[in-house]
Design a protein around this ligand. Structure first.
Ligand SMILES: CC(C)(COP(=O)(O)OP(=O)(O)OC[C@H]1O[C@@H](n2cnc3c(N)ncnc32)[C@H](O)[C@@H]1OP(=O)(O)O)[C@@H](O)C(=O)NCCC(=O)NCCS
Length: 204
């Protein structure tokens, strides 16, 4: 099981590594235990999520080296406990990858961690999988994730999608395209710095 990123900030250490079978029950719990309003906010239906067995099969297929090479999932641990997961879907003959991510631990959302780590994740995906572009396709109404992406100075391509990547239902989505150039921008550094400040203030 490969480890990709190890960063320490605030009073915690964050490690991003491959998904393993042992992580899957936690991810199933995140989806199976989600309220109707949470699922609505993500435009995901229980029908598309399927049964727990369907979810297990879907995530098992994203374990690197086990399932399809173009669908890979990672988890991030905070001080040894899984706090979030992400998955990529490589498309366009390896030139691009869709990225999906969820902070599973409610108590860790909105504290600045995404602002610090999202750019590290993007860089890791570009370096590790050789893609030129990482595409994020959040629902246009998802405030937190759109704020994070727009903090990079990007203007989203707002589109109605009948078949968004992943499991979501048709709807209005904001498409963002992250390249090395975007990651090297002053806006990305500023977002990271703002996230670090938020974390330091929270752990002080
Ligand atoms: C979206 C997500 C990855 C962001 O990570 P995070 O660690 O919570 O992000 P941060 O704390 O760094 O906040 C990023 C921005 O979102 C804003 N934000 C965070 N939570 C928010 C909330 N509940 N409502 C409104 N804005 C919010 C922050 O204020 C910040 O914007 P700012 O710098 O302009 O103030 C995380 O909240 C999450 O997993 N949410 C649930 C699942 C989800 O929506 N995934 C995306 C699916 S495409």
């Amino acid at each position: 099981m490969a480890e990709y990123l190890r960063e320490a900030f605030g009073d915690a250490e964050y490690v991003t590594r491959d998904l393993s079978e042992a992580d899957i029950p936690l991810i199933i719990g995140y989806w199976a235990g989600a309220s109707d309003s949470w699922l609505e906010g993500l435009n995901v239906s229980r029908q598309r999520l399927g049964s727990e067995a369907d979810m297990r099969a879907r995530f098992s297929n994203m374990i690197r080296g086990v399932g399809d090479a173009d669908r890979v999932a990672f988890v991030t641990e905070c001080n040894g406990d899984v706090m979030s997961y992400s998955n990529i879907h490589i498309v366009d003959n390896g030139a691009a990858a869709y990225l999906h991510g969820h902070v599973i631990r409610k108590d860790m959302r909105g504290k600045g961690v995404g602002s610090v780590r999202f750019s590290s994740m993007l860089r890791m995906i570009i370096d590790e999988f050789g893609v030129k572009t990482v595409i994020a396709e959040p629902l246009a109404s998802n405030v937190a994730v759109n704020r994070l992406h727009q903090s990079y100075g990007l203007t989203p391509d707002r589109k109605w999608l009948d078949t968004p990547d992943g499991l979501a239902e048709p709807g209005w989505y904001n498409l963002y395209y992250f390249t090395r150039d975007v990651l090297d921008s002053a806006d990305v550094r500023a977002t990271r710095a703002r996230g670090l400040q938020k974390i330091e203030a929270g752990s002080a």
